[in-house]
Ligand binder design. Structure first.
Ligand SMILES: NC(=O)c1ccc[n+]([C@@H]2O[C@H](COP(=O)([O-])OP(=O)(O)OC[C@H]3O[C@@H](n4cnc5c(N)ncnc54)[C@H](OP(=O)(O)O)[C@@H]3O)[C@@H](O)[C@H]2O)c1
Length: 431
């Protein structure tokens, strides 16, 4: 962009939009020193024009509730989509690219589920479609994968990508709270939405994982095929029992590459307490990845919030102002990325934790170990918690490495025993 002033249109002026505008105002001199250009917010799209806005970027900023105003303004260089949602955001981004405007967005749901068409369009028009803020807020993972680690084959990415879920699990772990008490605390502190479903059911982490897969492996993993399990059914009892064995429960997003095939998913898993991700607590995010040249790398920081997320959005705007269109928005030369070669998720091999609930009577342990043996699963530890004889007791089993599919089918048999009084709880154990 060969101009001394870059005009920005913000579509959305909520948490992230306001955060971005504040950073631009506060750091304007610093930004100009780095890029030699001034960033000016000239239009702001909102839903409700009557809302009182405690912060206004400057006299040039004109508020509107019609997205056509952004498209029709020929002086706008970059449309910054920070409103969220799917259809309106898709339509705005598509039409902005068609009108030859660069786009920066933080909208992970949109890019994960409908990104392919938009990346192809940006590629055709040689325009930027930038999205550093879409994964892990302020953590610079997109640029890291696209540029800094571009020469590496990435064999695994393991991430804590949802701060709300991580905060809830941290509260349950440190205070022994149940899920709903910890969720309420997260909502009171502003870490969880009134409708927390996307966060606690793992969908938000899965959106981010789909974007990371595209960046690390140059392949589109169809979002509907990504296995997603959340934390809303996690019980405080399992967190406490697992702690007794030296493990902590985290919501993990993971992709592993094996001979060009990808195994991916979002699931709650137990990590040994000395695992580097086990120490990531509260609303923080972290990403651990393994490159074949660089080895292990871990990034850690704030995955949400107006200023951290605004910082990532600003990095994209400054990069566009400096370098113009980064044509390879996906990090790869292809116009359309190939579909990922998927390894069936239930072929994953790991150690396992399961807690069955059974009547305390003779023969239970031998029946369970018989079923495990038939499914080729070797039990490493079995601990029965004391309880009144003849009543329900929890029995915890830790296994050696076994295929998820075998464990799932063994648990079906175990849950059918007449001495099993509640569905067995099961978590994978990661190294
Ligand atoms: N919040 C975070 O920490 C965070 C972190 C990473 C990524 N993100 C992503 O960033 C995006 C924005 O998140 P946010 O938390 O800033 O959202 P937010 O606080 O809810 O703000 C949304 C803004 O968009 C406007 N808006 C929504 N729908 C609109 C429509 N149909 N037409 C016109 N304006 C519309 C709203 O207008 P009104 O002000 O009039 O209501 C509001 O200003 C989302 O894609 C989110 O996933 C957020």
């Amino acid at each position: 962009m060969d101009k001394s002033v870059i005009n920005l249109a913000l579509a959305g002026f909520g948490t992230v939009g306001t955060g971005l505008a504040k950073i631009i105002k506060e750091n304007q001199d610093w930004i100009e020193r780095r890029i030699g250009k001034k960033l000016v917010i000239t239009r702001i799209l909102v839903r409700d024009l009557s809302k009182v806005r405690p912060f206004i970027p400057g006299p040039e900023a004109v508020f509107t509730d019609r997205f056509q105003d952004l498209l029709d303004d020929q002086d706008i260089d970059v449309v910054v989509e920070l409103m969220g949602g799917m259809d309106t955001a898709f339509s705005l981004i598509k039409q902005s690219l068609e009108r030859r405007k660069h786009v920066v967005t933080a909208n992970k749901a949109l890019l994960a589920e409908m990104g392919g068409e938009l990346f192809a369009l940006a590629h055709d028009r040689k325009l930027g479609l930038c999205y550093e803020a879409s994964v892990a807020g302020g953590i610079p993972i997109v640029q890291t994968l696209k540029d800094s680690l571009a020469g590496n084959r990435i064999s695994s990415i393991t991430g804590i990508l949802n701060g709300t879920a991580n905060f809830i699990l941290s509260e349950m772990t440190s205070k022994g709270q149940d899920f709903s008490t910890a969720l309420k605390a997260a909502q009171d502190l502003g870490f969880a939405e009134a409708d927390p479903a996307l966060d606690v059911e793992g969908v938000d982490a899965a959106h981010k994982l789909a974007i990371l897969i595209r960046l690390a492996h140059g392949a589109d993993y169809p979002f509907k095929l990504l296995p997603v399990n959340g934390i809303s059914k996690v019980e405080a009892m399992d967190i406490s029992l697992a702690a007794g064995f030296g493990y902590v429960l985290k919501l993990i997003a993971q992709v592993r590459e094996k001979s060009g095939h990808l195994q991916a998913g979002v699931f709650p898993a137990l990590l040994p307490m000395d695992h580097i991700l086990a120490k990531v607590d509260g609303p923080f995010n972290s990403i651990l990845l393994e490159g074949n040249a660089v080895g292990p790398i871990m990034l850690y920081g704030q995955g949400a919030g107006g200023l951290p997320t605004g910082s990532a959005v600003l990095a994209d705007i400054m990069s566009l102002a400096r370098n113009g269109a980064a044509v390879d928005n996906t990090g790869f030369r292809e116009r359309v990325l190939p579909e990922a070669d998927i390894i069936e998720p239930d072929l994953a091999v790991s150690r396992h934790y399961f807690r069955m609930t059974a009547l305390d009577k003779p023969g239970v342990l031998s029946a369970v170990s018989g079923v495990m043996g038939e499914h080729n699963i070797s039990i490493a530890q079995a601990v029965q918690k004391p309880g009144p004889q003849g009543r329900d007791v929890p029995i915890v089993f830790l296994t050696h490495r076994a295929q998820l599919k075998a464990v799932q089918s063994a648990l079906k048999v175990i849950d059918d025993f007449d001495f099993t009084t509640a569905p067995t709880v099961h978590y994978r154990i990661l190294k």
